[in-house]
Design a protein around this ligand. Sequence first.
Ligand code: GAL
Length: 999
Amino acid sequence: MSFSEADRNVSSFEPGAGRLKPRAGSASSARSIPLDGYWTFHLAPRLREMSDGFESPDFDDSAWATLRVPGSWQMEGLRGPDGTLRERGQAQWGRPAYTNVIYPFPIDPPHPPDANPTGEYRRAFEVDRPGAASWVLRFEGVDSHFTVWLNGMELGWGTGSRLPTEFDVTQVLREGPNVLAVRVHQWSAASYLEDQDMWWISGIFRSVSLLERPVGAIGDHFVQADFDHEAGEGILRVETDVPAVVDIPELGVTGLPAGESLRIPGVGPWSAETPRLYAGVLTSEGESIELRIGFRTVRVVDGLITVNGSPVRFRGVNRHEWHPETGRTLDPETMLADVLLMKQHNINAVRTSHYPPDSRFLDLCDEYGLWVIDECDLETHGFVQVGWDRNPSADPRWRPAYLDRVERMVERDKNHPSVIMWSMGNECGVGDNLRAMAEWARSRDSTRLIHYEGDYDSSYVDVYSRMYVDIGELELIGKGADERTVDAQADAHRRALPVILCEYAHAMGNGPGGLAEYEELFDRYSRLHGGFVWEWIDHGILQRATEGPNAGQLFYAYGGDFGEVVHDRNFIADGLVFPDRTPSPGLLEYKAAIAPVVLSIDNDSTLTVRSRFDHIDTSGLVFAWLLEEDGAELGGGTVEVPPVPPRGTARVRLDDTIAELARDAAGEIVLTVHASQAKERDGVPAGHEIAFTQRILAEARQQETGSTEGLPVVVSQGGYRLGDAEFDSDGRLVMLGELPVLGPRLDLWRAPTDNDLAWLGQAKAWRDLGLDRLEHRTARVQPGDGELVVETVSMAAGREAGMRTQMIWSASPEGDLQLRLHLSPVGRFDTGLAALIHDSGRVKRGTVPRLGIRMGLPGGEATLEWYGLGPGENYRDSRMAARLGRHRATVAELQTPYVHPQENGNRGAVRSAEISWQTGERVSITAPSGVDVSLRPWTSEALDAARHTTDLVPDGKLWLNLDIAHYGLGSAACGPDAWPAHRLYPHTCSLLVRLAQVR
Ligand code: GAL
C-alpha cells in the first residue's frame, strides 16, 4: 500500500472497507485457531515512515522486536524484555497519554495529525486442511485504524476500536504456512469519534482468531427469550440465516426449528437477582453453537422500567476496562474479579462506559447477574471546545460510521440476557446521526430500551437520563416537576419517562460523599430507577519511582506523568477501586448506601427490614444481632425474619435478652443487627454481610473520673508544670509525661481532596484565606487554681480571618491531662475568593475544611486502637459503612493511599483511643462526646504537596489531629459540592479531651 492510499484511508469518513457483515459471536463446534501471542512489531513514528513492503510474506522482519497480542504498544513498552518496569522516559514504543475532553491533536476533521504513530505487526502461522470450508479472520478490538494483509493480499481496513471486525480469508488462506500483516495507525478520522475520558493507547488490544466456517455453518443467530410473568412461561424464538434447530435438554426442548416460536412452561426467569441460564445448542448442517439462554422481558410500563413485570432499581457503576499494567487488555481473571467485587458490594448494574467491553465480561454478567447498559464506542466531546462546530453527530458524512458502530455493537451483543439497554454513546452533542442510530437499534431489536444521555428532550430514547444532578433538582424530577422548557409537548413527554442517573457521585479521590441523600430520593420516587456511580476503577498506570527517598518503590501514574503536552492530570483516577482493584473507602460506603435490605432498630427493640430487592424475597439471608458495651461483646444471637417479599417491609420483635443485658450495663450500649448471605449465591459467599444497622441503646453513665480536685499549676523556669505535663512559656504543651510532644495548636487546614480542588470546590477560597499558613499569637497564658489557661489568636499573613483558641488545661492526680478547648471565629471568612465560590446560590459565608487541633508526637512504628467509628476512614457525609466499635490499625494502615495524595484516614466519633509505639510507649486519648481522629507520619502540608504516593516520607513524628468537625466530602470534582448540611462554617465550638501517657 502506498503512502497516499494509507493517508486517504486514515482521513476517510467511512468506517472501513472489505469487512464482513457484523454478527453475534458464539462458542461454536467449528475450529477456532487463536492467533494471540507474540507478533513481530515495528513502530513508525509517522505514516510517511511506514516500512515499504512489510505486508509481503518475504519481508525481512528479523530485526524487529516482538510485541504481545493482545496488548497496547504504549503499555507493553513500559516494561523491558524481562518484564521489569523500565524507567519512565525509557518507554520502548511511545507513551500513554491522558486527556478527558480535549483532543490531543488539532481539531481538523476528518484529518489526523502527521505525527501518527503506526504499528506494523507480522505473524506467521500454519493451517492444515483449509480446503472444505470458508475461513474468517476475526479481530475483537484494534485501537484505532487498521489494515490487514494475508499472504501479501490486502483484505481491507477497519475502525471502531472496541468493536469486532471480520474479514473473509477463504481465497487467500493456504495449507501450511501463512503470513498475516496488520498495520495499525494510532490516529484517523475515527479518532474524532473515540474521545472517551481515558488513556490514549493503541494496538491490537483484544484477541485475534481464525475461524473455520464449515459448509452450512450459521452466519448469525439471534436468541429472543421472553418471559411471560403472568403465565410463568418462557417464549423462545431463535433466528438464523440457515436452517437450524434448538435443543434445551433441561427444558425438554428438542429440535425446535429456528424461526419458530415456542412457549415453554415452568421456566425460571432471568434477572440480575436470579441469573437463571439454560444451556442450549443450536445446530445447523455445518456446526453447533452453545447457547446460554436467559428468559426475560424488558418493558416500560406506566412510565417505569420493568423486567418480568416488576420495576427495577439500578445500583450501578460505570465501568471502563482497565488494568494498571496491561491497559484496556484484560485477562479473564481480572474480568471475573470485577464482577465478583461488584456482586459482593451490592452493585447490580453496569454501564459499559463508553464502549462495548470484551464480550467475555458480558458472559460473566449473564452468569452472575448484573444489569447491563451496553454503550456504543462513540464520543465526540472534544468538539465542545469549539462550540460543537463541525460535530460529527450532526454531519451526514459521518452517518455511515455512526450506523456501523451501533450495528456492530447490537449484532455482537444481542444474545446476552444481561444487556437490557443499548446506549448510543456518550457526550456526542446532538445531531441526527444519533437519532438514526437509535432508530436502527430499535428496528433491529425491539426487546431492549434505548439510552443516550445527550438527547436532552428525550425524543428518541426510552429513558430520561442525567448526569451529576443535584439532589434538589433530582427531587423535582422525581416528582415530575422538573424544569419546563419552551416546548410544552417535549416536557410532557420527558416527564412521562423513567429516569436514571447514568453518572452520579464522582468517585475521584476521597469520596464520594452524600450518597445517602440520593438513595433516599430513589427510595421515595418510583420514577427514579437509581444510578451509576462514576466510575468503577482508577486508571492509574503502574510505575516505579526513580528518585527521592522512595526510589525503587511503585506508584500509579496519571495524566502528565508521561510528558503529555495537553492532559487532565489525575482526573483519570476517579474510581471506587484503586488501580490494583483494592476497594476504596468509597466502594465500602456505596455498598452500605445501596444495601438491598435496609435495616433499622426502633425504640421498642423491633427490627424493621425493608427490602429493596425487585425479584427475590429475603429468604436467602440470615439476620443476627450483637450487643456491645463500649465495644466489648455482651451477647449475640440470630434474628428470625420471615421472608420479606420484593420491595416489602417486615417488623420483627428482637430477643428479650437484649433488653435484659442492656439494663445492667453502665457503659455505652450499642446494638448491631446485620444481614448476611445464608448460602453462596452468584459469587457472594455464604456468611458475606450485605447490610447492617446500629443503634445506641444507652449512653454511658457518667463515670467517676477519680478525684475532682485538680493538681496545682507549678510555675517553673521557662514554663509551667501540671502533674507530669510540661508547658513552655507560651503555654504550649511540650512534655506529656516522659514523651516530648509539640503541643496542640489550632488547625483549620486539610490537604485538599480532589473534590475540594475542583473548579467550584472550596480549596481556592481556603488557600486564599491563608488557612494553610496560619500564624499563632499567644494572647494570654494564665496559671490559675488548678488550671492553666492559654489563649491564642491564629490567622494568616495579610488576612484577618481566623480563630481565637482557648485551651484550659488541668491535671488529675491519676495522671490524666484534661483539655477544655473553645474555638471562636475572628474576622470575616466571606472575603476574597470565598465570596466568589459557589455555595448553591445561598448566602456566601466562607467555609473551613476542619475545626480542630493538631499535635506532634514521637515518630516510629505505632498502632492506634480506638472505640469509635471504623474500621475504615469516615467523614460526616460518608459514614454509612462505618460502625461504632473497637478497632485497631497500624499508622500505615490508617492512611488511604489515594493515587493523588490528599486528606484521608479520619476516624469519627472516637470516644477513646490509645496509641502504642513499638518501643512500648503508650498514650491514651479520651473524648466523652466523641472526636474525629487522624494520625499520620507526615503533616497535612506534606500530604498537600505530594503528587504521588511515593512523594510521602515519614518526617520523624506522628501528627495527631483531633477535630470537632470537618467539611463534608461531596462530589464537586465533577458534580455537586457537599450538601448544605455537611458544609462547615466557622463557628464557636468546644471539645473536651483527656490525654495521658499510659504507664
Ligand atoms: C462525564 C463523562 C465521563 C467522565 C466524567 C468525569 O461527563 O461522561 O466520561 O469524563 O464526566 O470523570
